[in-house]
Structure formats: C-alpha cells, structure tokens
Design a protein around this ligand. Sequence first.
Ligand SMILES: O=C(CO)COP(=O)(O)O
Length: 261
Amino acid sequence: MSTARKPLFAGNWKMNLNHLEAIALVQKLAFTLTDKDFDRAEVAVLPPFTDLRSVQTLVDGDKLRIVYGAQDLSTHDAGAYTGEISGAMLAKLGCTYVLAGHSERRQYHGEDDQLVNAKVQAAYRHSLTPILCVGEGLPIRQAGGHVAYTVSQLDAALNGVKHDQAKSIVVAYEPVWAIGTGEVATPEDAQEVCGAIRVRLAELYDEDVATAVRILYGGSVKGGNTAGIMAQPDIDGALVGGASLDPADFVKISRFGEMSG
Ligand SMILES: O=C(CO)COP(=O)(O)O
C-alpha cells in the first residue's frame, strides 16, 4: 500500500442476499464503521442487481459513507437485450463501481478479453468506475506463466481506453485458484503480479496513471490475512467474496486486518 492512493475494500457478494438481507448487512456495516475508518479507506459493497435500489435508498436516506456498485453490466446502452442491465441503469441507481471480467463471468458465461474490454468501455460511457478483474488459473501458475497471462488480460481490457479514463480504473488481481478455495496467495505472490500490473500501466500510459491506479488483491481474503497483503507496496486494497458476507470480518478487513478502528 502507498499513502498516495486511498485503499479500497470492496465486498463482492456474488449471488447471495436478497434485498432485505442486503439492507440488514449494510446497516450492520454502517453501524460499526466510523468516520475514521472511512477517512482511511473506501468501503464498497457490490450486491446483486435486485438489491441495488434498496441499498441506494438506505445509503442516500441515512447519508452513509459506504459506496456501492454492481457485479456486471451490459456492453450495450439500451435495446432488445433480454435479461441485460445497462450502465445507464446502474448510474441512475447511484453506483460508483462495476466489476468487469470477474473470473466467474469469464468461466461460466464465456466472457473473453474482447467482451471485457467492451464492458470497461460501457462503464466509462456512464461514468462508472470499472473494477477490472484479472488473474490466472492453476495450470498457468504452475507453468510459471502467471505474470505474462495477467498482463495480457490487462492489455486487452484497456484497448482504446484513454489516459484520463485509465487513471481512474481499479484493477483487481484475483488468481482463480485462490477464489473461494481458502487457498490465499502469499503476500509476495500477490505483490509480484500487482507490481507487474503497475509497471505495465506505466508502459501503456505513463507514471501518472501507474501511480494513480489502485490495484486490489482478491482470493480468500479474510480479516486474518489482510494485514500481510496490505503491507505490500503495490496492493491498495482487497476484493472480498465470502468474507464480505460476514459484517464483523468485513469490518476487520476494512481496518487492514486490525480488530478496532
Ligand atoms: O472472487 C472473489 C471476489 O471477487 C474472491 O472470492 P473469495 O473471497 O470468496 O475467495
């Protein structure tokens, strides 16, 4: 972590919690997190689409400092695309962030680099900040190709993205073998790839972009392993799956793994 960038802890709820459960979880987080916590780090939740309106009403009504976003968006802005949700709709719901290219979308919905690039562009068209997810599967890691593979995903996703847009992107390095498996990457393993992502951003754009972009680690992050991850120079926060459904653990993660704020 560098003091130049505000850390971001984002909870990807995946397909969990209905809108009533969403309200209860956000209320619990809001009750525990203090202004000091929000001054130190940005805390975001990424609920299912059906929860977003309820979360918006709660956040606006109680003037909460928690921000929120969606887990996916359409490459299209409107039209005959049954079942899709546009960036315009998410913007209207007050979303700050939207995931693009989560490994579960790539794996179960056949999203390739070109589609992920189109989703990143769609997010920018509606002033949403993309959280671009990249990361290798186990065979690539075992063959030693993890840095090259992840950097090539980054290259493809940023195709046509302009300097000022790139400056605001969030990149999440999520090695597929560490997602939901309890198998967390060592802080050094995570740093190796996150550092390479930052070097690549400087090559693709310039130092200005490389210094500004927040790079998160994701994959079995818990309160107990956050401090080691956050001690790495190129890791600026975490994208949290399972542990983000547990308010006490997500608060601990948001406090860099410390118990109290
Ligand atoms: O996919 C993830 C977040 O997007 C990580 O999930 P887990 O934290 O459950 O491993």
